[in-house]
Every structure is written in C-alpha cells, then in structure tokens.
Design a binder for this molecule. Structure first.
Ligand code: PYC
Length: 311
C-alpha cells in the first residue's frame, strides 16, 4: 500500500494512493458506509499502532462520483470515519502537488458530506472552501462531572462540534492531558444527556476557546477529536464551525479575516461568505509539509497486521 504522510500545521495526514479497498463507484457517502461495514480492518491497519498513531487522519484517494470533482476522498481515524477533514484536505492537495499530479490552482474534492474545493497557492500553502457550515443551537448548558454546568454552541463545519467560548482549563500546551480529560467529560455528558446535532447526529468533536498567545491571532483553541486525540492544527472543520457561530452572532463580517491559533501555536487564516439559509461558506488557509513517501507492509503472520486495538 503506497502512502504519503504529511502534516498540516502539525496535524498528520496519511494519503493512501494505492492498495486500498475497492468500494465501488457510488456516491462517496455510500462508499464510506461500505468501507465501515466491510473493510474496517483496513482503517485499523493504517491508523492504529504500530503503523499509525492516535493523531493520524487517513485519506483514501478514490475516483470522484460527482462529475464536477477532480478526485474523491474518504477520511478516517483511529476510531472511525470523518465527514470532512480540513487539515487533511490541505495535506491531500499538497501531496498531489508533490507527486506532480496537481498543478497550482483549484482542485475539487468529492467528500462524503459534499464537494469541497482546495486552492493550492504554492507547494505548501492551500485554501479550502468548505461545505456550508452553520450554528445549530446556541448557549446549550450541559452538566459535566467535575466541571459543573458548561455552556456551548452546537455547530456543523463538516463534522459536529460543541464549542465552549471559555475553556475550563487554561489553553497551555502543558495542559493537554487536563484539556483532553475535560473535553472527554464534556463529550460524555452530551451523550448522556441526549444532546446531539441535527437529526440526532452524535457530536463527536469538542472545542474549547480562549485568548490567543500570538498578537497575530484572534483566538486560541483546543479540539478533542473523536478517538481521544487532540488536533495539533486549529482544525479546519472546527474553525468552520467557529466562523458559523461568529457569523450568527454578528461578530465577524463576510470576508473579514479570522486567525485561529491551535494549542501548539500553529495557525489557520479563515473567512466566510454567506451561503443562504443561515449558512456560511468558510475558507481556511494553512500549510502542509510532506513527511514521508512509503509503502505500508502487513505481513501475513504479523499478529498486529490490523493494528493494536487497546482493550
Ligand atoms: O482539520 O477538520 C479538521 C480535522 C478534523 C479532525 C482532525 N482535523
């Protein structure tokens, strides 16, 4: 299986170029369901140790279903599948350019939650124009073990987020364990109290905000991903969800720049346009760098060919 690893503002992506499962030629959402039902061992082999890590997002490159797209992609991680992934879309575009398969300019990606475009500015910098994003509910209170009542907004940015304006733990990189524990408790409380996204969708990302450290950024965040890892980047879909909330509150105007800082101090530059029906179209710019160009090998006698599934 040929893979290229990159990182986008610190968050890793592994693009699967060949050797992936045959998922047919249907819509990407249908192919994602086939992937989950029939080939989940492939996901585990790619993302779990000893070949992967908790932070890694896999991006299976496939043929698009939509005629207006150049490529199709299905994102997955250590625990399951993602509708969209902002950092990994930037990583994919930079990877295809590195392979001389994509010139500078616009690349249209077909994803399970809709088409996304990526504008490659140079070999390492790209802007994604994400799926329409929106705030679903504002000022939702949830009682969280050890934290008391926590208030947040629920928003869609290609994945579902619970966004807490004031982080319950200071947003310092030496607090990552405490931040992860607190965000994990919030996530469990949302489930316990039946608080969901639209149509009962599980809220699988929790995002805390606070003041930026850099004078060039507007805000700092901490994002807990579904498998328990934290996002090293400011999270493309999480920044889209944040923009949707700022737009809904009238705190950010269309085309106004928003710089989101991550917990490790990396940045995404973002803005939006109104998309109608209370939705926005977010644009997120970040940088990705190639880390390795490799073949993954799973030997038949390897007891961990399908990854280490911790009890
Ligand atoms: O950048 O959208 C993102 C993302 C989602 C999970 C990890 N990164």
């Amino acid at each position: 299986m040929r893979v290229i690893d990159s990182h986008t503002e610190g968050e890793p992506t592994r693009v699967i170029l060949s050797g992936g499962p045959d998922l047919g030629s249907g819509p990407l959402s249908e192919r994602q369901r086939i992937f989950a039902r029939q080939f989940d061992s492939f996901r585990r082999a790619v993302t779990l140790e000893p070949r992967g890590s908790d932070a890694l997002v896999g991006a299976l490159l496939c043929e698009p279903h939509r005629e207006d797209c150049d490529a199709g992609v299905i994102f997955f991680n250590n625990t399951g599948y993602l509708g969209m992934c902002g950092h990994a879309s930037i990583g994919l575009a930079v990877t295809l350019h590195y392979l001389e398969r994509a010139p500078l300019g616009t690349l249209r990606l077909d994803t399970p939650v809709g088409p996304v475009s990526v504008q490659l500015h140079d070999a390492n910098t790209a802007t994604i124009t994400n799926v329409p994003s929106y705030r679903y509910r504002s000022d939702v209170n949830v009682v969280v073990e050890g934290l008391g009542s926590v208030q947040g907004d629920i928003a869609w940015g290609g994945n579902w987020f619970f966004l807490v304006k004031q982080s319950p733990v200071p947003l310092e990189s030496n607090n990552i364990k405490a931040l992860s524990d607190a965000a994990g408790k919030v996530r469990r409380a949302l489930t316990q109290h039946g608080i969901t996204g639209a149509d009962g969708a599980e809220i699988d990302h929790v995002e805390f905000f606070g003041p930026a450290h850099s004078e060039h950024a507007d805000s700092r965040n901490f994002v807990l991903c579904p498998g328990g890892a934290y996002d090293r980047s400011p999270c493309g879909t999480g920044t889209s969800a944040k923009l949707a909330c700022l737009a809904a509150d009238g705190l950010l105007q269309p085309e106004q720049r928003w710089v989101q800082e991550s917990i490790i101090g990396s940045h995404f530059e973002a803005s939006y346009q109104w998309a109608g029906a209370g939705r926005i179209t977010p644009s997120i710019t970040g940088r990705a760098y190639i880390c390795s160009d490799a073949n993954l090998v799973c030997q038949p006698l390897d007891p961990f060919a399908e990854g280490i599934v911790a009890a």
